[in-house]
Write a protein that binds this ligand. Structure first.
Ligand SMILES: CC(C)(COP(=O)(O)OP(=O)(O)OC[C@H]1O[C@@H](n2cnc3c(N)ncnc32)[C@H](O)[C@@H]1OP(=O)(O)O)[C@@H](O)C(=O)NCCC(=O)NCCS
Length: 156
């Protein structure tokens, strides 16, 4: 990733920019209210910023030692520069620091780019959810990655 980007926790001031990217990227977007709730509830929520402009974001959730990546988006103009990878790595590290040992996520079956990104980070397919998405209706692929215990060297 180009060094001009910073990955940092999201704040309330980022919600407007994050929501704008979300609306441009997804056909069934989260609302600004959804993102504002994530900021106030202290879930893992990171943004990639370049010179004061938000270029991407990732949101996750934790339940005991399991984590889930709930949302990931990079603005079109900032893609293929490693931001998606840096955001996922950042949120996985954050989850690991909170005691998470395994991370799940769902992705549209047809989303080849995101699936390649997750695969390169050690996520593997564990299940399918039929007709999980709307606009358009599509199956979800469920991916999983284990986080090694502290001191153990392994991918993710
Ligand atoms: C998926 C997404 C987050 C990737 O963001 P990004 O910053 O472009 O990703 P990166 O630059 O970190 O890509 C890392 C690797 O992932 C793979 N990848 C990413 N986008 C890809 C694409 N469109 N086609 C093929 N491979 C792709 C490549 O292997 C890439 O490495 P490379 O550029 O060296 O070939 C971005 O395309 C996006 O926001 N898409 C729309 C929203 C979305 O699908 N979110 C995920 C929902 S689960």
């Amino acid at each position: 990733m180009a060094g001009r980007y910073a990955i940092r926790p999201a704040s309330a001031a980022d919600v407007r920019d994050v929501s704008a990217i979300e609306r441009a990227v997804f056909s069934d977007p989260w609302s600004a209210h959804d993102f504002a709730e994530c900021v106030s509830s202290d879930v893992p929520f990171l943004v990639a910023e370049e010179h004061g402009t938000v270029a991407g974001y990732v949101v996750a959730h934790q339940a005991a030692d399991e984590g889930e990546i709930l949302n990931l988006g990079v603005a079109t103009a900032h893609r293929r520069q490693g931001l998606g990878r840096a955001l996922v790595e950042g949120v996985v590290a954050m989850l690991a620091g909170r005691g998470v040992r395994v991370v799940y996520l769902e992705v549209r079956e047809s989303n080849a780019g995101a699936r390649r990104l997750y695969q390169s980070l050690g996520f593997g397919e564990v299940a399918r959810r039929a007709r999980y998405y709307r606009r358009p209706v599509e199956d979800a692929v469920v991916l999983r990655a284990a986080i090694p215990a502290p001191g153990v060297s392994a991918k993710l």
